[in-house]
Design a protein. Structure first.
Lengths: 516, 373, 307
């Protein structure tokens, strides 16, 4: 990686003409200042990394560039000329293209149809489908982005879908390409492929802005890196002259312990959660989990790593009882619970912190006291003979919310009014306060601020010390490594390997890409 | 992070002040909708060559201007409470109950039948008949629920289709099996002993059915916020994903919500027969079910709101009678006004434009609509 | 045998006649729903157009003028729906229901104001059947297909044209995209708002054609409530036909056939109420047998809000 970059010579990029400059951009959303007097400069043929934590302001800045937001103040210059970008149309006209984190592709339509949408080639009044296909093929050839123009987007893998997104921008003759967290959904191999494509693009004279919160990647592919923290630019560094530690420090602003303090494992050997040859179907009827066996012992954390979409969600749901099992068995403390529903498993001591708290973990429009009893409302002391007693629910919730640092600890607050971190803590409060024996935590810190992340990690480790069995599913390798005693990797619905927390990135990466 | 309050928010329970503030905010929005629709109505009235002031004076006077007007208003309000509740309960579960028309007819024909055949029981037949109405319309209302759970058929279409089926079924029974002797199409008239008594001759035909309606509203209130079933219905309506994850059964709650809604509308039909009409003529009432949607929305799907909304609807229809008599504006203007109110009440963004963005959530009563007491 | 073959023709003719308003409305619903806006108000759109058409024909003495007033009314009401749903982000089902109530109340109101009383309007000039020479002489099916009102001939053209527009033009591509992933359309620089307004406006015009046909193609007067649920049947036809112009023909033809065959049945044998129920029961059965909204346009029913 580093050698390849050194070959190109970072000095050459600095000398190239400036294709884009953003000067003094400020954007506020109510009391929150997302961007505070941010400036950046992009040279032709450069890959500029935009690094920052979740919520630092990187996406906001790029959305301003792409015309999705308008800045409160600041100016944008393209090729030296001052421009007004009021909507994406203006941005596209100026040669700016953006590949969003969440693709805006239409699954039902074909690749070619998706690419030409909005700028369709025509034959009279009809849509020139043949022309669209030809145009796609040409671009695909030229930049090494292999796609089948006639394929339906719904049938494509995420990596290929991303290529379609890039082709969309190229079809509109983008010269400045912005990629928002492009590697979030890719395997390490697909990431490599993406980086080769980027180098092709850059060799052709395009300039790229690469947004990410993953430090390591930028060192591999970026020329310069701009670090943003809390809405303002902290520093701009040369990729060849920095390292992970420095980047982390700049990004977070303090010495970041990349590992949480973890006690020695007190695993007692008693298996509390087990799955045997589990087969689970996805919503579309395909096999999302094909024959997974695992076991979690008391006092240990088993981490499940893997790229998003390889069956983690379905596995968690099947273990928790919210999704039926198509084959295999689930055991809780030795008892076969495969045919039991979520509430029955919860009665037997299973807690489940789902990955989507907004639509699966909490009823956002319910008060916190109602959410707190979402699984326990149908028995004493909260309910008798079909009646429920909100007063008792409130009393209990008041205590639990305080114990788990939910802010504000107000039982009558609407769950939706809380921040992401507090919502997650509220879910934790509900699940853990019942003293469960087994905990399934699926992406417990997604979209959560740093302070809450630390709290949640500490809670999980505390449960581990108390002898609970914890299954941790996460897309963040650092989280998995710092918390797990053992790690299994899920690929295409199968366990492709088991490693310890000291496994290298390379080992994990290969496993995540399916190579054993 | 802000400083937490020192106060212990423990047994907040019945915080009257907070409730009043919430309720007040929730009222503003429907009032704005009503006022706006009156403005539009005034324009229409002027276009027909009439003076809006006289027209509205007659309208308001006809609604609340005298004892007999008030009685007539309450008379019209009664069925709207039932059909409004029928829609509101279903909405709480996230479902559209457009089937109030048919459900009401099923209840009505049940009452028309039993009111006659149980006539020998005298006044004791009244509660028995009404319970029967609840049961038949409960079963009828469960049909779209079952179709949705079993076949995935969307309840909007099925409830509407069932309206036509239900009404025709009721008419069939009225014309054939239960037909009275004589030339007028319809069922036999129920004996006066089995009729719900009127409240006072000064108030006209309004009967104790309105008390039954208010009791039904209280029952719905208790159901939704003080029972396990209500807790589940609300959870399923607000977040089917979270409810499912919590182990609640979506299917059972879907069917029950629609069935309960049906039974409320059916009860309304029974009350109309036993309290007002005494039999089912062919043709019978119309649009009580569809207007129930407007009542429910105006009332933000809350039983108290439904009662108030029903009053608005009842008042408008009552006033329209007077208006048609005193001016030459046809009483269908009331239908037009109510449709406009319905339109405005759901246009949340329009309210935002009028009262400002920050006030929007507060004023539109969304938190009241979804959070409850 | 002769009798049987002789019977097919009139039944087919009646089937097509009964199916036509449903097909018009279903095509209208298609444009609206493909753009992402549910249109429960097809019933009201048909009703108001049926009425406005008669009013126009009444005052001008000419059916063609009536056609334009009818379409104009349908368009106007559809634009109200679009305004509510797209610009004011109202709930689309409620808005549609309100449109229905507005049309019902409005026609009742205007009947009294314009014609002096409710019930049925005076007779007006209408689109009577016009037999196409030569084609209408084809044995058995000739009369059925080619001795119909002009508006029916319009349907023969409209169905393939709709298919073409939706699947073979840039407009159609953008329309479909708007109903699936409006974000994609927005970022491609096409206005989601504009596409949805177009979709809903077209539904007003097409449903309007259906309404005008009801009051002036089959009959020549307006009766209160004459749409009788056809707008809802059309919506069911759309769902049943998977939001496809060819598929949307199935249920209307089925219902039309049901109407056509039961007209001959004597009223002593089967009471009229049970006959009346038939199309609605059929629709329910069809919906259940062949799936719910499993593959509706993905973004349907939700207002589009830019982040």
């Amino acid at each position: 990686m580093a050698e390849e970059r050194a070959e190109r010579g970072s000095a050459g990029v600095e000398g190239a003409p400036v294709v884009l400059e953003m000067r003094g951009v400020t954007k506020r959303f109510g009391p929150v200042t997302a961007n505070d007097d941010v400036s950046l400069v992009l040279h032709r043929g450069e890959i500029l990394g935009l690094l920052g934590e979740n919520g630092a302001g990187k996406s906001t800045l790029m959305k301003i560039l792409y015309g999705l937001y308008s800045p409160d103040s600041g100016e944008i210059f393209v090729d030296g000329e001052r421009v007004e970008i009021r909507d994406p149309k203006d941005a596209v006209e100026r040669g700016i293209g953006m590949v969003h984190q969440h693709f805006t592709l239409i699954p039902r339509l074909t690749v070619a149809e998706n690419i030409v949408l909005g700028a369709e080639p025509r034959k009279g009044i009809t849509l020139d489908l043949e022309g669209a296909i030809k145009a796609t093929e040409e671009l695909s050839e030229r930049y090494g982005l292999k796609v089948d123009p006639r394929a339906r987007v719904a049938d494509l893998s995420v990596g290929v879908q991303q290529r379609v997104e890039i082709l969309k921008t190229l079809y509109r003759e983008a010269r400045i390409l912005v990629l928002d967290e492009p590697t979030a959904v890719l395997t390490p191999q697909e990431t490599e492929d993406l980086f080769s494509v980027l180098k092709e693009l850059v060799a052709d004279g395009l300039s790229i802005i690469f947004i990410t919160h993953k430090l390591g990647e930028l060192l591999g592919v970026g020329d310069r890196i701009i670090i943003i923290r809390d809405g303002h630019v902290v520093d701009t560094v040369d990729a060849s002259k920095t390292n992970e530690g420095e980047l982390a420090r700049l990004m977070v602003g303090r010495e970041v312990l990349l590992r949480v303090e973890k006690e020695e494992s007190k695993a007692s050997g008693e298996t509390r959660l087990a799955a045997e040859e589990l087969v689970v179907l996805s919503n579309t009827g395909a096999k999302a989990v094909s024959g997974v066996s695992l076991s979690v012992r008391a006092g240990e954390i088993l981490g499940v790593a893997g790229v998003d979409g390889n069956g983690q969600t379905e596995l968690a749901e099947a273990l928790a009882g919210t999704r039926p099992v198509a084959g295999g068995r689930v055991y809780l403390d030795g008892e076969d619970v495969t045919s039991l529903g979520a509430d029955a498993r919860q009665e037997r001591g299973l807690a489940y912190v789902p990955e989507d708290r907004a639509s699966k973990g909490l009823v956002l429009d319910f008060h916190l006291y109602e959410n707190n009893t979402l699984k326990t409302y149908d028995g004493p002391p909260y309910s008798r003979w079909g009646w429920i007693f909100p007063r008792i629910m409130r009393r209990r919730a008041a205590k639990t919310l305080r114990d788990y640092d939910v802010r504000p600890p107000d039982p009558d607050a609407r769950a939706g009014s809380l921040s992401g971190g507090n919502q997650q803590k509220a879910v934790l409060a509900r699940e853990l306060s019942g003293d469960p024996g087994v905990i399934i935590a699926s992406q417990p810190t997604r979209g959560v601020d740093v302070g809450a992340i630390e709290f949640i990690h500490r809670q999980l480790l505390e449960q581990r010390s108390e002898g609970k069995a914890i299954l941790l599913i996460s897309l963040e390798l650092e989280e998995i490594r710092s918390l797990s005693d053992r790690i299994i990797v899920l690929y295409a619905g199968r366990v492709v390997g088991e490693v310890g927390p000291d496994a290298t990135d390379e080992q994990l990466g290969l496993l995540m890409a399916g190579r054993e | 992070m802000s400083e937490e309050r020192r106060q212990e928010p423990q047994e907040r329970g019945f915080d009257l002040r907070r409730m009043l503030v919430n309720a007040g905010g929730a009222l503003v929005f429907p009032l704005v909708a009503i006022l706006l629709s009156f403005v539009i109505g005034a324009v229409i009235v002027m276009a027909t060559g009439n003076n809006p002031i006289t027209v509205y004076a007659a309208l308001i006077g006809g609604a609340f201007g005298s004892a007999s007007s008030i009685g007539r208003t309450l008379l019209y309000t009664t069925p709207f409470i039932f059909t409004g509740l029928a829609v509101a309960v279903a909405f709480r579960a996230g479902l559209f109950n457009i089937g109030g028309e048919g459900q009401l007819y099923i209840g009505a024909i049940t009452a028309a039948w039993l009111g006659v055949s149980l006539g020998f029981l005298g006044p004791f037949a009244i509660p028995i008949t009404l319970v029967a109405c609840l049961i038949t319309s409960f079963l009828w209302g469960s049909i779209p629920g079952i179709l949705k759970v079993r076949f995935g058929a969307h309840e909007v279409i099925t409830t509407i289709m069932l309206n036509y089926v239900g009404i025709n079924l009721a008419y069939y029974l009225a014309q054939h099996l239960l037909r009275q002797r004589g030339p007028i199409p319809g069922t036999e008239t129920i004996d006066y002993a089995v009729r719900i008594p009127i409240i006072s001759t000064a108030l006209g035909r309004v009967n104790y059915g309105i008390i039954i309606a208010l009791l039904a509203a209280v029952a719905v209130l208790l159901l939704l916020w003080r029972t396990r079933r209500g807790f589940e219905i609300r959870a399923v309506g607000l977040s089917p994903g979270a409810a499912n994850y919590a182990g609640m059964k979506l299917g059972v709650n879907t069917i029950l919500a629609l069935a309960i809604g049906g039974s409320l509308a059916g009860l309304g039909g029974g009350v109309e027969i036993l309290g007002v009409y005494g039999n089912m003529d062919v043709p019978f009432v119309s649009n009580l079910g569809y207007n129930g949607i407007g009542v429910a929305l105006l009332g933000r799907n809350h039983p108290v709101g439904v009662v108030l909304g029903a009053l608005v609807f009842g008042g408008l229809f009552s006033g329209a009678q007077e208006m048609q008599f005193a001016t030459d504006v046809p009483l269908q203007l009331a239908n037009v006004l109510l449709a406009v109110i319905l339109l405005l009440v759901t246009a949340t963004k329009l309210v935002e434009l009028i009262v400002g963005k920050r006030a929007r959530d507060f004023v539109s009563g969304t938190h009241l609509e979804r959070g409850g007491l | 045998m002769e009798d049987f073959l002789g019977g097919i023709g009139p039944i087919l003719q009646s089937t097509i006649r009964q199916a036509t308003p449903l097909i018009f409305a279903a095509l209208g619903g298609l444009f609206s729903e493909r753009s992402g806006v549910v249109n429960i108000g097809l019933e009201g759109l048909m009703l108001i157009s049926a009425f406005a058409g008669v009013v126009g024909a009444y005052f001008s003495g000419n059916a063609l003028v009536g056609l334009f007033t009818g379409l104009g009314a349908g368009l106007l009401f559809a634009l109200i729906h679009a305004l509510m749903c797209v610009t004011f982000e109202a709930d689309q089902i409620i808005s549609g229901t309100a449109i229905n109530l507005l049309a019902l109340g409005g026609t009742g109101f205007l009947m009294v104001v314009i014609f002096g009383s409710g019930g049925t309007s005076p007779r007006v000039d209408s689109f009577e059947s016009v037999a196409i020479p030569l084609l209408s002489d084809i044995p058995i099916i000739g009369k059925a297909f080619f001795d119909q009102s002009l508006l029916v001939y319009l349907i023969y053209i409209l169905v393939p044209v709709t298919w073409f527009v939706v699947y073979r033009t840039p407009f159609g591509l953008r329309l479909r995209a708007t109903g699936e992933v409006p974000e994609a359309v927005d970022t491609a620089g096409v206005s989601v708002t504009r596409m949805r307004y177009y979709g809903v406006a077209l539904s007003g015009i097409l449903a309007g054609l259906g309404g005008v046909y009801l009051s002036m193609g089959v009959l020549s007067a307006f009766t209160e409530g004459m749409t009788g649920g056809r707008g809802f049947l059309a919506l069911a036809a759309l769902i049943f036909g998977r939001w496809n112009p060819i598929g949307a023909l199935a249920l209307p033809l089925l219902v039309g056939f049901a109407y056509a065959t039961t007209f001959g049945v004597s009223l002593e044998a089967v009471p009229i109420e049970l006959i009346e129920m038939l199309p609605y029961l059929l629709t329910i059965v069809a919906l259940c047998a062949f799936g719910g909204r499993a593959i509706a346009p993905a973004a349907i029913g939700k207002p589009y809000r830019k982040e």
